[in-house]
Design a binder for this molecule. Structure first.
Ligand SMILES: Cc1cc2nc3c(=O)[nH]c(=O)nc-3n(C[C@H](O)[C@H](O)[C@H](O)COP(=O)(O)O)c2cc1C
Length: 299
């Protein structure tokens, strides 16, 4: 037995050691319990079958299911789908170069804006922007996205309440020191005025699956990547229309926002974007973008 355990000191004060050990174990268990609860909550928001299995694995398990049912597998798109000539105009090389340069300069002016004016924007503009996002490529043309457009001030206020309540906990407890320190330069916190200032909120939901006309579950392969691509096109269309937005991913708010907006369980909130004009006194952080040499690897 170690000498310390046999000492007079330990003999006199052993109950303090036991009590200390019990407090330590209790604290570890409490931390473990709350941490795993938060993780589960996060998976509920962002996780889906496709996040944990490759599409091939999902397709494989589905095939086994289908085979055992000994049923004919109906394709999601008609097998005899017509193929039509591509509409494509080949540009002279100099024009291709000019266009690519101009477009880069234009896109380099896109900035995330955190202060909005309440000036209205015609709904038609927003419909065109969402239609543009709807032209994005998607895994097996599943188009796994739903755009919820909120113009009603009452619903915007409810959304703001849900987000600010969660964000206060996020900033104070969940995000941790490193994350909140990294955000200091951007001057963000849990107060989100833009959620009621901007004329529109667009909430992008990814559909993890849907149902076909025959009632069978339709798998949405690569729904994460498809929705991310569409979101990039949405941002580009907003910028091209002369409007501004803020890309946000409200942490832990997915289920509450989904139920507020009446979306089904198969849909997970991907992004929330306020869209409109910037406030008159709007400032943005003076950020630099990485040069080509830092983001390009060529062989
Ligand atoms: C996935 C994602 C989540 C983001 N979430 C937030 C957010 O919650 N709040 C915020 O103010 N900005 C958010 N941003 C915006 C980034 O901070 C911003 O894009 C970055 O600072 C670069 O600035 P820029 O968009 O002006 O180039 C997010 C951006 C992305 C891509």
């Amino acid at each position: 037995m170690p000498e310390f355990l046999q000492s007079r000191f330990f003999d006199l004060y052993w109950h303090y050691f036991v009590a200390g050990l019990a407090v330590y174990i209790g604290a570890r268990l409490t931390y473990f319990f709350f941490n795993s609860k938060d993780k589960k909550e996060e998976y509920k928001n962002f996780g889906n079958e496709a996040d944990f299995k490759t599409p091939d694995q999902i397709a494989e398990s589905k095939c086994v299911e289908d085979e055992s049912e000994d049923e004919e597998i109906m394709p999601a798109l008609p097998a005899n789908l017509k193929h039509v000539p591509l509409v494509f105009e080949k540009l002279p090389v100099h024009e291709t170069i000019e266009r690519s340069e101009e477009f880069y300069k234009f896109m380099n002016m896109r900035r995330t804006v955190r202060r909005f004016s309440d000036e209205s924007v015609p709904a038609e503009v927003i419909y065109n922007i969402i239609k543009t996002a709807g032209t994005a490529p998607s895994g097996a043309h599943t188009e796994p996205w739903t755009y919820v457009l909120v113009k009603s001030l009452e619903i915007k206020q409810q959304i703001r309440q849900i987000i600010e309540d969660e964000e206060e906990i996020n900033y104070k407890k969940r995000m941790g020191k490193v994350w909140t320190t990294d955000l200091k330069a951007l001057r963000t916190n849990w107060i989100k005025e833009y959620l009621t200032e901007a004329p529109y909120l667009i909430l992008v939901f990814k559909q993890t699956y849907s149902f076909r006309d025959d009632g069978k579950k339709k798998l949405h392969y690569y729904n994460e990547q498809s929705v991310s691509l569409a979101a990039g096109m949405l941002l580009t269309a907003i910028h091209y229309a002369g409007l501004v937005s803020l890309t946000s991913t409200p942490l832990n708010c997915g289920p509450a926002l989904r139920s507020l907006l009446g979306r089904p369980i198969s849909e997970k909130l991907s992004l929330l974007l306020p869209v409109g004009y910037p406030a008159k006194d709007c400032v943005v952080p003076d950020l630099q973008r990485k040069p080509l040499e830092e983001i390009l690897v060529e062989f």
